[in-house]
Design a protein around this ligand. Structure first.
Ligand SMILES: NC(=O)c1ccc[n+]([C@@H]2O[C@H](COP(=O)([O-])OP(=O)(O)OC[C@H]3O[C@@H](n4cnc5c(N)ncnc54)[C@H](OP(=O)(O)O)[C@@H]3O)[C@@H](O)[C@H]2O)c1
Length: 482
């Protein structure tokens, strides 16, 4: 490609998809063509657009003559040097990207699911054909976190990344906290507002965030993790009372995708976590995404922005395009070939990057976490956990609390804080626990459940950061009614 001092050359691109993101890309190219020309020295023209339905009404005003149902009209067009995949899904997106790369075209994709599952082989294919595969839009929409990890933090070692990586979940949790309404009601509202899919499973069960976390991890450690083995817990078990209780305890609850170095490897999880209110991600609300990166030289960096939507996502795609136009040779090629040793669990210590050439092993959490295998501890004995249980009535609350706290005493689990809230017709009791791993709390609950029926509704979440340990459990001062 030329530099900006030469006469502008026309670069033809092929769009694979013209939905929310594709339409935004088309509009951005039309609207900002002159800016792009001045800054990159290239005129960008959309040459062909693959869609499923030629009759569909579209608000991006794309020239109908460019639309086609036949992928070969795009892939066989000799003018096209860059393909932009914004169709979504695994197939036919994967095959089309492979064809584009093999024919010597650069590819830009917004497809996190595809990059998380097949990114390693697609990047290898791109390298083999001396072209680039760029995917800024696949994580956190408009936030340039991929560029940061891939192109900027090259002299730093990343030790930890935490992100609010799913705007749908963040919107739902924010609304639950602010309005006191329950998940079921707000997810319907989110669907009406276009923030949630008709089937919200991928978002609310953490699959989407897990894909994004896998991509960030692969970039940070130049490795390849199996996304299906990431510890994952969604937001569907949370009650509005939990958001309120956490708030009273001094925390915000956020669905956090986290990768953290531990002594035994790298620990990955997508879980709702209690973040102290001074945490950089605690105040990030609604559909916003945010990513905090800890690196050894620069320290902590936090980026906040719109993680989805037509234009923020189109911005990321188009910035990939302009980066290519400005000089493909300057782009660093990520290599996701190394196997990442996944820690059995965060043991609370930091260690090496956990990169080995052996096969990956992965930890799974206690009850309520979606991955299978051995159930192991949540963290170091010094880490705190949030536990909440609902009693059907005030009358059932006292024996429940007595039973649970007796089991904690027996197991050596310390209660450092507790709060009580109304939960529908019942009562939601929350504790901050110290000195326990998740497995230990579940064992104590199972023991206490022999005298009651509450273990099934237990919600157990990790708490970030140190908790004040001055406040210890005192049965006499326990609030017995609201
Ligand atoms: N939406 C966001 O905010 C967002 C944010 C970040 C990343 N992404 C990612 O961006 C990608 C696109 O998302 P989107 O929201 O733009 O999706 P979308 O609105 O559903 O658009 C998909 C487009 O691809 C076309 N398409 C799908 N399957 C096709 C097939 N088999 N053959 C031909 N055309 C096909 C559709 O054609 P028709 O128009 O004819 O149906 C449509 O134009 C996904 O990978 C998504 O994860 C989206």
């Amino acid at each position: 490609m030329t530099n900006k001092h030469q006469t502008a050359q026309t670069v033809f691109i092929g769009l694979l998809g013209l939905g929310t993101v594709g339409g935004g890309v088309y509009k951005t190219i039309e609207r900002n063509r002159e800016t792009i020309r001045v800054r990159t020295g290239h005129d960008v023209q959309v040459a062909r657009i693959l869609v499923r339905d030629l009759e569909k009404e579209r608000d991006c005003q794309a020239d109908c003559a460019l639309l086609t149902l036949d992928a070969s009209d795009v892939l066989d067009d000799a003018r096209i040097s860059v393909c932009v995949e914004v169709m979504g899904g695994i197939e036919p997106a994967r095959s089309l990207i492979e064809q584009a790369l093999c024919s010597g075209r650069h590819v830009i994709t917004a497809n996190k699911e595809l990059m998380a599952r097949h990114g390693a082989e697609l990047l290898a294919l791109a390298a083999e054909h001396d072209v680039h595969l760029l995917f800024e839009a696949s994580v956190a929409g408009g936030i340039p976190v991929i560029r940061l990890l891939q192109g900027y933090l090259t002299a730093n070692r990343v030790s930890e990344i935490q992100g609010i990586l799913n705007g749908t979940c963040n919107y739902i949790l924010t609304q639950m906290r602010e309005t006191g309404r329950e998940y079921e009601e707000i997810v319907i509202e989110a669907q009406q507002l276009g923030y949630a899919e008709a089937d919200p499973t991928a978002d609310v069960e953490g699959f989407d965030a897990a894909s994004k976390l896998a991509i960030l991890t692969n970039l940070a450690y130049e490795a390849h993790v199996d996304v299906t083995r990431i510890e994952r817990q969604g937001i569907t078990q949370l009650r509005a009372a939990d958001l309120r209780l956490a708030d009273q305890l001094g925390y915000a609850v956020k669905l956090i995708g986290a990768v953290r170095e531990a002594a035994t490897g790298v620990h990955l999880s997508v879980r709702p976590r209690l973040l102290p209110k001074h945490h950089p991600l605690a105040g990030v609300d609604d559909v916003f995404n945010a990513v905090t990166i800890h690196a050894d030289v620069v320290g902590e960096l936090t980026f906040i922005g719109r993680g989805a939507g037509e234009l923020p996502t189109a911005s990321a795609v188009t910035e990939d395009l302009t980066a290519l136009l400005a000089g493909a040779d300057a782009l660093r090629r990520p290599s996701w070939t190394r196997t990442l040793q996944l820690a059995l669990e965060d043991d609370g210590t930091t260690g090496g990057a956990g990169l080995t050439s052996g096969s990956a092993s992965v930890a799974t959490g206690g009850a309520g976490l979606a991955t299978g295998g051995a159930s192991v501890a949540a963290g170091s004995a010094g880490d705190a956990l949030y536990l909440a249980l609902t009693a059907a009535s005030e009358a059932e609350l006292v024996p429940l609390v007595d039973g649970v706290e007796a089991a904690f005493r027996q197991a050596g689990i310390r209660v450092v804080e507790r709060q009580l809230a109304v939960d529908g017709g019942g009562r939601r009791q929350a504790w901050l626990l110290l000195g326990a791993r998740e497995q230990g709390v579940h064992a104590a609950l199972a023991q206490a459940a022999q005298t009651g029926n509450f273990a099934a509704n237990a919600l157990l979440l990790p708490v970030e950061g140190p908790v004040a340990t001055g406040v210890e459990w005192d049965v006499e001062s326990y609030p017995r009614a609201l």
